[in-house]
Ligand binder design. Structure first.
Ligand SMILES: Cc1ncc(COP(=O)(O)O)c(C=O)c1O
Length: 408
């Protein structure tokens, strides 16, 4: 029977298909701030799936900076950056980010998704092709679609594969990679990719959403880890909703590229500037990231990563080659991934199962993320719980097929 809302049949069919494939997504409401000891539907959980890698999302200094900036500059940006929405806190943040990373200019965007759409659609077109890693974030793929550029995707992390695709493409294109891969946690071979782009006279762009703040000297991300700079990596995108603990994004680049993007990056031109209060909070976050406290947080995170990998290596799963805060356990089947996530919930662990199309078909996973805000006890609880849930005994008891676990 057709529902009263007159929903078209194709919408209902698409929903039903998602349900049948165990791929239906729903939002989950947290009753607490973004902290590891979270409350969901009146239950207490220790969460291991947030991108708040340094535990700054609920930091008192950020909350104070947000309040203080809102007192001084209000809440809303009021218009786009180019009309009258670029306030002093935006300018201060742009200058501080540029200084930290060693670039001539930084431009703020409202989200990382929009930054990638904006930069790619401005730089690529029908005559300027794009070559990018197969596992790049969805926003980098969507940017290529918006650009209407020819898009070729190379084998994950494979410089030779990238080289072959560039050789087959029209000249003067754009080579793009994630810095830290969002669903796998590994790091792209940035120095080699930079050389490749340089040899072919291509533009080179890196989205370091998951590296900035967490990795490298002073938290400068993959750039610092791989010994790159503004010349070898001319277009660097960073997001502010992850290690920075706030919201928004930026591109760090040269004066010329920034001037060009200011004219032609439509998701920059035709949208309201981020809240000035968020810019103020993000400046406080950047100061923390650069301080001794920031380094302590990175060190604690690194200790958690080492402990986790040591404990999990004895379980019947394969760890990904990741030394970052993202430590996925690939399960394969979506139903099995959901079942394991549910079993972890019973033990007080919250880790949402990540399924296609976010990850390739057959590679549903627990995308476990670690944070400096986790305590040593939290890590022990996580590893003990995984041990219980992932051992064959429990899997059999819950009618899961352990062969489906990735035991490569
Ligand atoms: C690699 C990467 N780039 C961009 C984004 C989008 O950033 P935002 O959440 O700020 O839109 C994400 C995340 O969600 C990401 O993982």
């Amino acid at each position: 029977m057709k529902p009263a809302s007159n929903t078209p049949d194709w919408v209902l069919a698409a929903l039903e298909e998602r349900r049948q494939q165990d791929l239906m997504r729903r939002t989950i409401t947290l009753d607490s701030p973004q902290i590891p000891h979270t409350q969901i539907q009146s239950q207490d959980y220790t969460a291991f799936c947030s991108n708040d890698y340094l535990g700054l999302a609920n930091h008192p200094k950020l909350i104070k900076a947000l309040n203080d900036t809102a007192q001084a500059y209000g809440v809303g940006g009021g218009s786009s950056h180019l009309v009258c929405g670029h306030l002093a806190p935006h300018q201060a943040l742009e200058e501080a980010l540029a200084d930290w990373l060693g670039y001539e200019r930084v431009m703020l965007f409202s989200t990382g998704y929009m930054a990638n759409l904006g930069v790619i659609s401005a730089l690529a077109d029908k005559n300027r092709p794009i070559v990018q890693d197969k596992l790049n974030h969805a926003s980098l793929i969507d940017g290529a679609l918006l650009a209407q550029a020819q898009l070729r995707r190379y084998l994950h992390g494979d410089v030779e594969s990238a080289q072959k695709l560039i050789a087959r493409s029209a000249p003067g294109g754009l080579l793009i990679t994630d810095g830290v891969f969002s669903m796998d946690g590994d790091i792209a071979p940035l120095a080699e990719l930079s050389q490749l782009a340089n040899q072919h006279d291509w533009m080179f762009m890196v989205d370091d959403a998951h590296g900035l703040g967490c990795l490298g000297e002073n938290g400068r991300g993959c750039l610092a880890l791989e010994g790159l700079d503004a010349t070898s990596l001319p277009i660097l995108v960073g997001t502010l909703g992850k290690a920075f603990g706030t919201a928004g994004a930026f591109v760090a680049t040269s004066n010329d590229y920034a001037d060009y993007l200011t004219q032609f990056a439509r998701p920059y031109v035709y949208t309201t500037a981020m809240s000035p209060a968020i810019a103020g909070a993000t400046l406080a976050s950047l100061q923390l990231i650069q301080s001794a406290e920031g380094q302590e947080r990175r060190d604690r995170l690194a200790r958690h990563i080492t402990y986790f990998r040591q404990r999990v290596q004895s379980l019947p799963v394969t760890l990904m080659p990741s030394n970052t805060a993202i430590q996925p356990i690939v399960i394969g089947d979506s139903k099995a991934a959901i079942a394991i996530s549910e079993q972890l919930k019973v033990l007080g662990i919250w880790c949402t199962a990540i399924r296609p199309p976010t990850v390739p078909v057959g590679s549903a996973r627990l995308r476990i993320t670690l944070s400096a805000a986790h305590s040593d006890e939290d890590l022990v609880l996580l590893c003990d719980s995984l041990e219980k849930v992932l051992t064959a005994k429990l899997l059999n008891a819950k009618c899961l097929n352990p062969k489906r676990l990735n035991t490569k």
